[in-house]
Write a protein that binds this ligand. Sequence first.
Ligand SMILES: [Zn+2]
Length: 586
Amino acid sequence: MIVRLYLRRSKNDEGKQQYSLDMQNAGCRDWLRASPFAACKVVQYVDDGEAGDQFLTRAGLRKLLAEAEPGDVIACRDQSRLGRDAIEVTLVIRDLVRDRGCRLYYYASGQEVQFANAVDQAVTFIQGTGHQMELEAIRSRVREALRMRARSGRVAGGRCYGYRLERVADGPGRSYTLAVIDEAQAEIVRRIFAWRCDGWGLKKITHELNTERVPAPRAGRRGTGSWSPSCIRAMLQNQRYRGVYVHGKIKKVRRAGVVSRVTAEPTEVITVDLPEWRIVDDETWSRAQEGFAVASQPRRASAPAAKYPLTGIARCATCRGSVGVANCRSQRRTVKAYTCIHHHTRGASVCPVTIYQPIEDVESALIAYVAEHVLTPDVIAEMAREIRAAIEAQLPRREADATELERELRDVKAEQKRLTKAVALADDVPELVTELRQRAARARALEVQIATIRRAPSELRALVDQAEATVRDRLGDVRAALLDRADLRAVFLRLFPDGIEFRPVRVGERQVWRLEGGAAVGRVALNESDAWFNLGEPPSPSAEGSASNRDDDDTANKIAGMNPAALNTKPSEQAWFKLDRDPNGI
Ligand SMILES: [Zn+2]
C-alpha cells in the first residue's frame, strides 16, 4: 500500500496562502504524521499553474490516476485541489474511491471521502458545483477588469505594428502599459494604405516592401522576417489604424477540459474610440476596404485540403519555404507549375529562385525515377528477404515470460476502459482519442506476443512466410499505384514522410528543379499492426507497470532488428533524384 499526496496550485490561487504549494505540502505531511499510515511509502504528485477545470493536461493528476492501485491512500487539501469542474471531479473520485477501492482523505477537514451510494455521490457533486462557481466568479472578475481598462482607454492590447509599448506610472507603486504611435512604423502604415488606395494588390505591396528591405513586423516564433500578403491584409483591415480599439472579438471557451478559441457574440465585443492611435483618416481606411468584401464572409474553419500531389511535401532548398503550385504562361497558354511560394508571394528579395516548372513535368520525372531506381522489383524482393531474415533472427529470443506480458495486458485493458468512459463523456477530444488508440494498439501487440509464445514451430514458419509475402505484395501495390498514377498524393506521402527538397540547378540555358530526398521503403513495407511486427520484443522492462509513462511510438521503434527505419535500403543513396528535363518554357 502506498500513500499518494496530490498538490495543485493555479494562477487563480495566487495570493491565497492556504493554496501555496508549501502550505499544501506541510498540510499533507502533518496529516500523514497523525494518521495510521505514517510508516507507509509516500509518492507526491504536483500540478503547478494548472487550472482546476483542466483534466486532460494536468500531468500530476494524470500520473496519479495512472498509478493509484486498490488499497492505496490518497490525500490532498480539499476537493477543489482535485478539480473545479463538478462533473469531472465527481467522475475522478468515483473512479478512485468506488471503482478502485482507494481511500481518499482531505486534510483540511480531516474527512475520509465516501462514495458508496447516491447520497455520497450527490455530496461530492454539490461540493464540486461550489468549487466550479468560485472558479467562474474569479474568471469573470478578471474579464471585467480587462473590459474596464479597455473602456477607460488604458489599454495596450498587445504588440501591433505602428505602435510601441510604454510603461506609464499611475500613482504610488502602480504602473500600466500603453501603446503609443511609433512614427517610423506609422509612416510605413500610411504608405501601405496609400498604395492600396492607388489600386495596388496585396502581392504588389508585399513585393515592394520586401524589395525595399523594410523590416517586417515580428510574428512570434513562426515569423519569417519578411512581409507576406496575409500580413498586409490583416493590417489593412485593422481598425486600430483609424483610432478604434476592438476588444474581445475572440474568446476562450473550455469544453471537456480543452481550451479553444471562438468568435465572440457581437454584444460581447467592446469598441472604444482612441483618437491618439489614429494613423490614417477614416476616408483612407474605408477606401482601403474596397475589394475585401468577399473576404469578410465567414472564413473556412480549416485550410482546404491540398490539391496537388507534391504540395506540403516539397520544400524550397534555398529559402526552406514550401514549394507549391501557381499558374504561369508558357507558349501562350496558362499551365500549373511548381514554384517557390515565398518567391511567388513575397518577391525575389525574400527568395531569388525564379523556377516555374510545369507540374506534369516534375511529377512524371519523379514517378519514372522512383519506378526505375527506388521501388524496383529487385529492391522489393530484397526488402522482403531482409524482413524475413530479421524476423527469423528474432525467433530464438522469444522465450519470454508470458505472465509478465499478461499482467501488462491487464493494466492496458483497465486503462482502455477508463479512457473509453472519458471519451463517451466528452465529445470531440482528439487527445483522448489518440491515447485510447495508443492503448488499443499496445493491447493488440501484447495479445500477438502472448499468442506467439504459445505457438508451435510450424505455425511460426508459416507466419514468417506470410510476412515475406505480405511485404512483397504491399510494396508491389505501391509500385502499381505509382505507375497507374492512382492517388499520387497518398503514395508520395507514404514514400516521402520527410518531404522532398527542391533545389534550383542550371541545365543548359534553363533553371530547373532538382529533387532530393529519401524514400522510406521500409516504413511502407512494415505496418505496426502486422502479426509479426512485435514477434521478437522482450517483455516490457517497466517495473512500475504504469502504461501512461510509456511512449508507445518509441516502443514500436525500439523493437530490436525490426526497426522500420533501419530497414530502409540506404535512403540517402537509394533515392537521390535529379530532374534535368527541360521545362516547357519560362
Ligand atoms: Zn524559395
